[in-house]
Ligand binder design. Structure first.
Ligand code: MOS
Length: 733
């Protein structure tokens, strides 16, 4: 019998389906009579459409219809509320009017018999524009756009940080900047929309089928029950697939108009324009300490780029407000508009750019004080969230510092710049803390224990590649004693009981309690069946029975397998449903913690910089699956190396067009760029104040702090302090 799977290194239950190509992704859906859409995208970043000529395009083979702002149904807006679960980041509907707010905005949509015909015709649609001078870069936005303060709930202030800073003995003030980054999931954004009798079925590459369903219901003015959104498999998203973007609305509207299913795939180039991006940030950090290095004042004033149509706030101070013991502190946020699509969450939104700044500044302050940067952090440790005035539910950051330092060999570090060498290479060692909030949303689930010995469970959450199918199967297998290969988990349909978006690192913490409770309710149902009038334990009460390893057991120790019981009763299944609530945030602050130690090697003669070694010690509560958990951190470290050394979406300052908009020119780490070793230490201390499994979630924390650890290591090797990401070689010469 399978037992104690929770915590084990269970291989992904969907691995074989994915590797063999049997796992269906959105664009794998080719429905009967389906038509294909291809977008026409604005080639200017700001201005107006003055004319659209579809004459030639509409005569091209296979063309069914061409939509644009003069030929498109009037739709409703979504209120865009996170609490009402209908949030979008880009609120403007496609083809709303003749205005152009960013390069790559949908200006027309060709629907044709085949993908190739639609694309060929799209290239022949002629659009005339009256172009304005765009606000294309962060520098231009800072100069030309009005700086708008963020809503007050994003900010935090305590004590008198400015006054304290002025009078402090030791202090630094620095500006850090991070560029626009683009999510580059392997799977392109895609929609397949199909209407039947006024009901919409939308296959969508989505991290949140419930949110997508609700948005579609609002936009088309139909009941949520008249929409089903499906996303059984997603080729990752990194945040870009959390909310609905214009292509999905365009595809669904077009399908309704042409009365055929429509498939619309967003081309890779337009993944850089019309499906969100991590905005650029400009962060001013001030740190003040006493002579011995105790923090006295800390301020982080951040500005990020947003679009001209929406306000998106990158909450760069979200970790700063509670990571260290500091009485006088302020984090503030503001936005400046630029001509690009609305930004969105990208893995560890706020925390990733925010901790690059904070953890670089902590390193600079430690050097200023002549202290070891790890000792400086230990000295300023706190087990209390001073921004909420609550204790952390569970914090093992000091243990993470110790275990990580030991594994890395930190005590061997010579603090003198450029002092550690290996042949032609100068070695640099850097450290930075990582941090992320722990959230748990409300969730529903349904579990059926079936007479054929299998278990079926469903929840309207998704597996974006992180292992959600697997951990839910582990939990059910543990509770029922049914082998994991006999547990069928169905995710990725809004028709299932309501579940969370796969984001915010909260899917695990949110779904486990609901799945576990639904399983226990199914087992209770079995006990009721076992005591019904003609059943084996008819003389007993359900509450006197036990369930163990697939068997219902009476008070006197008699046993019957659940399959036998169901067969005797001629029942297909015993079923359980459950709703579990969001975490209450009034007694504790729930956060996760960790630390990265990074080694870089700099070969000055050939200008070669590489990250050679990473040790990450992570405190995220109970680990449910040691393989998928370690994978999450390893993947985040790789993405963090990308953030540190390579990633930046570059916009032509004259046209506002993104110029490195493909896999060749938008640099991400390749296999050759990987460190020789990435050691992930998972501390595995259950946080039972958070949920019954003690698991807080692990998707995002791994990228936080990593870029700072690299920058700190680069400084240790080269003496060059790079405060604007990415750390390109020219900045070291
Ligand atoms: Mo994550 S940025 O919440 O997908």
């Amino acid at each position: 019998m399978s037992k104690n799977l929770v915590g084990a290194a269970v291989p992904r239950v969907d691995g074989a389906r994915k590797l063999s190509g049997l796992a269906p992704y959105t664009s794998d859906n080719h429905l009967p009579n389906m038509a294909y859409g291809y977008g026409v995208f604005s080639t200017i970043a700001s201005g107006k459409i003055t004319g659209i000529d579809t004459g030639e395009a509409s005569k091209m083979p296979g063309v069914i219809d061409i939509f644009h702002h003069k030929h498109f149904p009037k739709l409703y807006r979504t209120p865009s509320s996170f609490e009402e679960e209908n949030k979008v980041d880009e609120t403007r509907l496609p083809f709303e009017d003749d205005m152009v707010h960013y390069a790559g905005q949908f200006v027309a949509l060709v629907v044709a018999e085949t993908f190739e015909q639609a694309r060929a015709a799209a290239y022949r649609v002629k659009v005339d524009y009256k172009a304005e001078d765009p606000i294309a870069t962060m520098d231009q936005a800072l100069k030309r756009s009005e700086k708008k303060p963020a809503p007050p709930e994003t900010d935090h202030s305590r004590g008198e940080p400015d006054k304290r800073f002025e009078s402090a003995a030791r202090k630094i003030e620095r500006v850090y900047t991070t560029p626009v980054e683009t999510h580059n999931p392997m799977e392109l954004h895609a929609s397949v929309a199909h209407w039947e009798n006024g009901r919409l079925v939308l296959f969508e590459a989505s991290q949140g089928v419930i949110f997508a369903r609700n948005v579609m219901s609002k936009v088309f003015g139909i009941a949520p029950s008249q929409v089903e959104v499906r996303a059984p498999f997603i080729g990752s998203g990194f945040g870009s697939k959390l909310w609905i973007w214009p292509h999905a609305v365009a595809a669904a509207a077009a399908a309704r108009e042409v009365k055929r299913p429509v498939q619309l795939v967003v081309p890779r180039q337009e993944m850089f324009t019309t499906t969100g991006q991590r905005p650029a940030t400009h962060q001013t950090l001030r740190i003040a300490t006493g002579e011995q290095g105790k923090l006295q004042a800390l301020t982080q004033d951040s500005i990020n780029s947003t679009s001209t149509t929406d306000v998106y706030v990158e909450s760069s101070g979200s970790c700063t407000k509670s990571l260290y013991d500091c009485p006088d502190l302020r984090v503030s946020h503001a936005t400046v508009a630029s001509n690009r699509g609305t930004p969105t969450s990208m893995r560890a939104p706020g925390a990733a750019p925010g901790l690059f700044a904070l953890e670089s500044a902590m390193d600079e302050m430690a050097i200023e004080l002549g202290m070891d940067p790890l000792e400086f952090r230990k000295l300023n440790f706190t087990d209390r969230d001073q921004s909420l005035d609550l204790p952390f539910s569970s914090i093992h950051l000091l243990e993470a510092y110790e275990k990580g330092a030991e594994k890395f060999g930190w005590s061997e570090r010579n603090p003198e710049i450029g002092s550690m060498r290996d042949g032609d290479e100068v070695i640099g060692w850097g450290v930075a803390a990582c941090n992320w909030e722990a959230l748990k949303r409300d969730c529903s689930a349904r579990v059926s224990m079936r007479s054929d010995g299998t278990v079926f469970a469903s929840c309207a959450t998704q597996d974006i590649g992180t292992g959600t199918y697997t951990i839910l199967a582990q939990v059910i297998s543990d509770l029922t004693g049914v082998a994991i290969d006999k547990v069928d988990i169905e995710l990725g349909s809004s028709a299932y009981p309501s579940g969370p978006v796969s984001g915010g690192s909260w899917a695990t913490a949110t779904t486990l309690p609901a799945i576990a409770k639904a399983t226990k309710n199914a087992i209770d149902q079995l006990k009721v069946y076992a005591t019904s009038s003609n059943a084996k334990f008819a003389d007993q009460k359900p509450e006197d029975l036990k369930y163990e390893d697939g068997e219902v057991i009476s008070g006197s120790g008699d046993r019957i397998s659940f399959t036998e019981l169901l067969k005797q009763q001629r029942l297909a299944s015993a079923d359980g449903e459950a709703d579990t609530p969001a975490a209450e945030q009034d007694k504790f602050s729930f956060r996760s913690f960790g630390v990265h130690f990074v080694e870089v090697r700099w070969d000055e003669a050939i200008s070669n910089l590489r990250v050679s070694r990473v040790v990450s010690a992570i405190d995220v509560g109970k680990i449910i699956n040691s393989t998928t958990a370690a994978n999450q951190v390893e993947g985040a470290v790789v993405m963090g190396i990308g953030m540190a050394l390579y990633e930046a979406t570059e916009y032509d300052h004259r046209t506002g067009l993104p110029v490195n908009n493909d896999y060749a020119e938008y640099l991400v780490p390749t296999h050759a760029d990987q460190p020789d070793s990435v050691d992930v230490i998972l501390l595995d201390h259950p946080d039972y104040d958070f949920n019954e499994y003690g698991a807080r979630g692990i998707g995002e924390i791994g990228i936080t702090g990593l870029a700072a650890a690299v920058a700190n290591a680069v400084h240790h090797a080269t003496g060059k302090r790079v405060r604007d990401l990415p750390i390109r070689l020219e900045k070291l010469m």
